[in-house]
Design a protein around this ligand. Structure first.
Ligand code: ADE
Ligand code: ZN
Length: 300
């Protein structure tokens, strides 16, 4: 208990968090009601929602996650979502949060890119002033929408470049190798964005190689499956490319067999740079498991 209290009291950095994955059922229902969308949800109260949060794999989770995203329509919705997360994170000692968002999950429903990015970044500015929690934004390309759609989203993002620090890659992994996104990553780098990508979550170690070699990322999100490739482990150790590991997410999405603690120990004994993160805490639990983490490993 005293160790838990100590960890709680330490300042922490959150480096892998999808803001849409912090949408708690209570807020989802409140926003759905005010947008007249309650009937679009497959559950009508928070308890029923939580009971539906049992996942077989990444895709099973994504289906529910994108359904939740659908209630978000206006800048105020993104502001409220982000403010609720930051308040909660500040209480838990997070002082730096790198917030990922999935613009395409919203723009493909007709929501303006501007409403999404302004709502999130306005909440971050407000929290910096009132709560002392600071951070930056990472805009993710959705892999399963393909490279052309990613290029289009990058075009849409350019007028808001000053609000966005990095680009990332997320959504379904199997069948969507990172190499397809080489050109859009090169352009994002040229525009001054930092580069990260989800890789080696459900997909094979080759995806981590491709993220490093083809996309030239400076950080891998998840990356847990590097443990299957000894050469890759050596490369990640030698280059000290960090992995933002999300153990509770991995467990809930059943991305590997065997024991979680054993995987973490393996990563540490290989001398890899790893950080512990929440991913989608409204769906997986685990806000409080964002562990202490030295700030110099922070990204922005
Ligand atoms: N989007 C939100 N959470 C994700 C995850 N764990 N993997 C890939 N895409 C995601
Ligand atoms: Zn993630």
């Amino acid at each position: 208990r005293s160790l838990l209290n100590l960890v709680r009291s330490l300042p922490k950095a959150e480096l892998h968090l999808h803001i849409e994955g912090t949408l708690e059922p209570e807020l989802m229902i409140e926003i759905a009601k005010r947008n007249g969308l309650l009937d679009s949800l497959s559950f009508h109260d928070a308890n029923a929602a939580r009971q539906a949060y049992l996942f077989k794999n990444l895709q099973g989770f994504l289906n529910i996650y994108y359904q939740g995203c659908n209630v978000l329509q206006h800048e105020q919705d993104f502001f409220d979502l982000t403010s609720a997360y930051l308040e909660r994170a500040a209480v838990e000692g997070v002082i730096w949060a790198e917030i990922m968002f999935d613009p395409q999950a919203h723009t493909q429903r007709g929501v303006a890119f501007e409403a999404v990015v302004k709502g999130i970044s306005r909440a971050l500015t407000a929290a910096s002033n009132s709560l002392g929690i600071h951070g930056c934004l990472i805009m993710n390309f959705m892999r399963d929408l393909g490279a052309d759609a990613a290029q289009k989203m990058l075009d849409e993002a350019l007028p808001f470049k000053h609000l966005i620090t990095a680009v990332g890659l997320d959504s379904a992994e199997i069948g969507w190798p990172p190499s397809q996104f080489k050109a859009v990553y090169a352009r994002a780098a040229h525009e001054g964005f930092k580069l990260v990508a989800h890789a080696g979550e459900e997909g094979p170690p080759d995806n981590i190689w491709a993220a490093v070699k083809d996309l030239r990322v400076s950080r891998i999100d998840h990356g847990i499956r590097c443990l299957e490739d000894e050469k890759l482990i050596h490369h990640l150790r030698d280059t000290q490319i960090p992995l933002t590991v999300c153990p509770i997410s991995n467990e809930k999405l059943k991305v590997y067999e065997g024991q979680l603690s054993q995987k973490l120990r393996q990563l540490l004994t290989c001398n890899l740079v790893i950080t512990l993160n929440a991913d989608d805490p409204a769906y997986f639990g685990g806000y409080e498991n964002v562990m202490a983490h030295p700030l110099q490993q922070s990204y922005c």
